[in-house]
Design a protein around this ligand. Sequence first.
Ligand SMILES: Nc1ncnc2c1ncn2[C@@H]1O[C@H](COP(=O)(O)OP(=O)(O)O)[C@@H](O)[C@H]1O
Ligand SMILES: [Mg+2]
Length: 232
Amino acid sequence: MKTILQAENLEKSYRVGRVDVHALRGVSLDVHEGEFVAIMGPSGCGKSTMLHLLGGLLTPTSGRIIIDEEDLTAASDAARTDIRRRKIGFVFQRFNLFPTLTAEGNLRLAERIQSDGKGDDPERRHEVLRLLRLEDKMHHKPLELSGGEQQRVALARAVVTRPAIILADEPTGNLDSENSAIVLNMFQELNYRFNQTIIMITHNPEAAAMCRRIVQMRDGQIVERTAAVHIS
Ligand SMILES: Nc1ncnc2c1ncn2[C@@H]1O[C@H](COP(=O)(O)OP(=O)(O)O)[C@@H](O)[C@H]1O
Ligand SMILES: [Mg+2]
């Protein structure tokens, strides 16, 4: 099985005034292609910091990150941005959709931003919108959609360019239980159908239960790795 992500001994400190906050204290993680991994742990334990490092939004104080055979940590700022655009899809707790663009417009924008020339592809766009059951919503703007639908558009936007990895930071954090269930089912569907690799931070035990692997963090470290029960 192909290893799509390798994180080796990541450390990250934030300088706050004259104090260093050690957000990550030596985290190592290998993820195979097609895995669906949940990251859990108490608030402040370093989950978001780790996800931002894995996605190249932050640089580690020390350690190494290899994504799909490209070394993120050895790359220049410009090269790191380029790797991020080609290989990573982010889904955040806040949907971060462009309010003036339709659902499909938000996907087109994502296609334009990602830089490997796969560009504008209506077929692929519609396939993703169909898969996320948004085909009759594609001409709606974000404010004309429910929270769950907005998060599904954000998910569609993250996967439309078929990135190597989806990174999601509490993607159901702003949703009620019904919408959470729908969005989580969509993650699972993308994982099954496209063999899409997903790393998801969640506080929701039901969400974690659908992941093949659960990684528990505490105080900037991984304290437990559980192989979740396979449901098939
Ligand atoms: N930009 C920042 N500047 C300073 N400290 C930060 C910053 N971001 C996070 N931290 C600190 O790093 C630690 C880990 O934060 P975070 O990764 O957001 O944890 P989690 O996502 O698990 O809640 C916390 O102590 C937090 O206060
Ligand atoms: Mg967080």
